[in-house]
Design a protein around this ligand. Structure first.
Ligand code: DGL
Length: 269
């Protein structure tokens, strides 16, 4: 079984880890939350690239055989450098699902909620340029949402109010499809449904990302021992017990069927 590193600026990547535990529960996971530095989305490209690379190098040193950069912002700014620095390890990134959105929209109007750094990135804009011109993308930076989710307020009235402000331009434009372009945002799904109703199509790429991880793992030699579930180690640069509590609260996977440990990220503040 493989040890898989999953990295995010904070708790957002738990949405990807959750899906990975559903699809691939037999592997071991090291989840790394850089919560002391969240949000990444309002930091400079250079800072995001350097920090993301350093953390992925740390995951490689810890023995991870595959790494999921479970952060759209870090993927946009750093995935090229990470792949270059760690050529021996499959590096799976996360990108806003604007391509599937362009295929699923009926009226051609698509809202994209992501961090400012993702929306401004060359990678995102290069992908956007490949999509059909008849599709209109309403881009909205979700300023302030990540800190509230990090503080454990994903289901609060305050976040509902802030989210309503961010979704207004998307709603006013008449979008029939909404792309969740930040891994923290799937935890706002209920609030989004409350504000936008049941008919809007929500695009979240976690399932596709984990399918891509599976394809990469399938290329490795099959293990001799099969087992049902592996271990999950939660590592935080801020507060590991709060990370563990949030994992239990936010994820739908049954963590009690895994061996679970939490640790502080030492020496990399
Ligand atoms: N979860 C992250 C993303 O997917 C980053 C959010 C942030 O730290 O600003 O973009």
């Amino acid at each position: 079984m493989a040890l898989i590193g999953v990295f995010d600026s904070g708790v957002g990547g738990l949405s990807i880890l959750d899906e990975a535990l559903h699809q691939l529960p037999e592997h071991d996971y090291l989840y790394l939350a850089d919560s002391v530095n969240a949000p990444y989305g309002e930091k400079s490209s250079e800072w995001i690239a350097a920090r993301s690379l350093a953390l992925c190098q740390h995951l490689a040193k810890e023995g991870c055989e595959a790494i999921v950069v479970a952060c759209n912002t870090a993927t946009a700014q750093a995935i090229k450098d990470i792949r270059h620095a760690l050529p021996q390890i499959p590096i799976i990134g996360v990108e806003p699902g604007i391509k599937p959105a362009s295929m699923q929209t009926q009226n051609g109007i698509v809202g994209v909620l992501a961090t400012e750094a993702t929306l401004k990135s060359d990678k995102f804009n290069a992908l956007l340029a490949t999509l059909p011109a008849h599709c209109q993308f309403i881009k909205q930076a979700g300023a302030g949402l990540v800190p509230m989710i990090e503080a454990g307020h994903a289901n609060s009235d305050d976040i509902l109010e802030l989210l309503a402000q961010h979704l207004t331009p998307i709603q006013d434009a008449g979008a029939d499809t909404l792309v969740l372009g930040c891994t923290h945002y799937p935890f706002l799904r209920k609030a989004i449904r409350k504000l936008l109703g049941d008919t809007i199509t929500i695009i979240d790429t976690s399932e596709a990302v984990v399918r891509q991880l599976k394809r990469q793992l399938d290329l490795k030699p099959a293990p001799s021992i099969r087992r049902k579930t592996g271990a999950v180690l939660f590592v935080s640069s801020k507060d590991e017990s709060s990370l563990l509590n949030m994992a239990k609260e936010l994820m739908t996977s049954d963590l009690s069927s895994h061996q679970v440990l939490a640790k502080h990220l030492g020496g990399m503040q």
